[in-house]
Write a protein that binds this ligand. Structure first.
Ligand code: ZN
Length: 289
């Protein structure tokens, strides 16, 4: 039995390596709802979703990871967020001009950052990921090896209906790991195929991938789509926009419609809403934040 959207953490009994396997179906499909992502963009977004869930499963509770790519190249923006509860959302903006661009071409002139924050994190931290690799997985492997000093193998897959992946990380301070063993595990991780994801991830898949190793497999955790948008947060955005601009929209269109880029939810603010919004003390003047 395997649930639709699952992260399964595991350890190698005889090697200082831990890992996680993820499969995202409904959450991944929900992220694409109402968006017409072309295939290369959908692929990198799906890779980002799987990677974020794999990283988030080891976070302290009440924290979040945000993976953000931005720049002035074909992929101008990609945001993927996943909480320690494995609630996730993500979106991308890209203009590939009709070309089937590779990952490297899409992220040319882009920066990528990983941010971890949340109430459990005393000091939020941000790491800069060099995106010059051949795939997002390669870029993140390099980041973990060089910046975080955690040698990692990462395999990521994405199709329209399912995204998934496998992360292996050396455990710091828990003994030597033979270079050959590490290379062997990387080669096995790279054998993960979309078919494995479609069939649903479970202990059996881990057993087949790492047939010669003893694994300790922990209970799978459910991942899900959840947007953090709210009417209150949208009001904050409108306050930043300013009363004049908001009122101009009301006069032109009869109302201000704000659509959440993550979940597609539309919120309408008419003239009365806008007047009330700017008559009330906003968060900047009314409360501390
Ligand atoms: Zn939303």
């Amino acid at each position: 039995m395997s649930a639709n959207d699952t992260v399964i953490p595991f350890l190698f009994e005889s090697l200082p390596v831990r890992g996680a396997l993820v499969q995202l179906s409904s959450s991944w499909q929900r992220m694409q709802e109402g968006r017409q992502y072309v295939e290369p963009v959908a692929e990198v977004l799906g890779h980002a979703a799987a990677a974020s869930a794999l990283i988030a499963q080891s976070l302290k509770s009440d924290s979040n990871i945000t993976l953000q790519i931005s720049g002035d190249g074909p992929l101008s923006m990609l945001v993927m967020q996943c909480s320690s509860k494995l609630e996730m959302r993500g979106m991308a903006h890209a203009d590939l001009g009709g070309a089937a661009l590779s990952y490297a071409e899409m992220v040319s002139r882009a920066q990528c950052a990983i941010t971890v924050d949340g109430s459990a994190i005393e000091r939020p931290y941000q790491g800069i990921v060099d995106v010059s690799g051949e795939s997002l997985a390669a870029s993140l492997e390099t980041y973990y090896e060089r910046s975080a000093q955690i040698p990692s193998h990462l395999a990521l897959l994405a199709e329209p209906t399912v995204a998934g992946g496998l992360l292996l990380q050396q455990m710091p301070g828990s003994g030597e790991l033979d270079e050959d063993d590490w290379r062997r595990l990387g080669m096995l991780a790279a054998t993960l195929r979309p078919d494995d994801m479609r069939a649903g991830v479970d202990m059996g898949l881990l057993g087949r991938l790492f047939a010669d190793d003893d694994l300790r497999v922990f209970a799978g955790r459910d991942a899900m789509f959840r947007c953090r948008c709210s009417r209150e947060r949208t009001e904050d955005v409108l306050r930043m926009l300013g009363e004049q601009e908001a009122m101009e929209s009301v006069q032109t269109d009869g109302a201000v419609d704000v659509t959440c880029e993550y979940c597609g939810r539309k919120r309408r603010f008419d003239e009365i809403d806008i007047k009330r919004l700017f008559a009330l003390p906003g968060p900047s003047s009314g409360r501390l934040h």
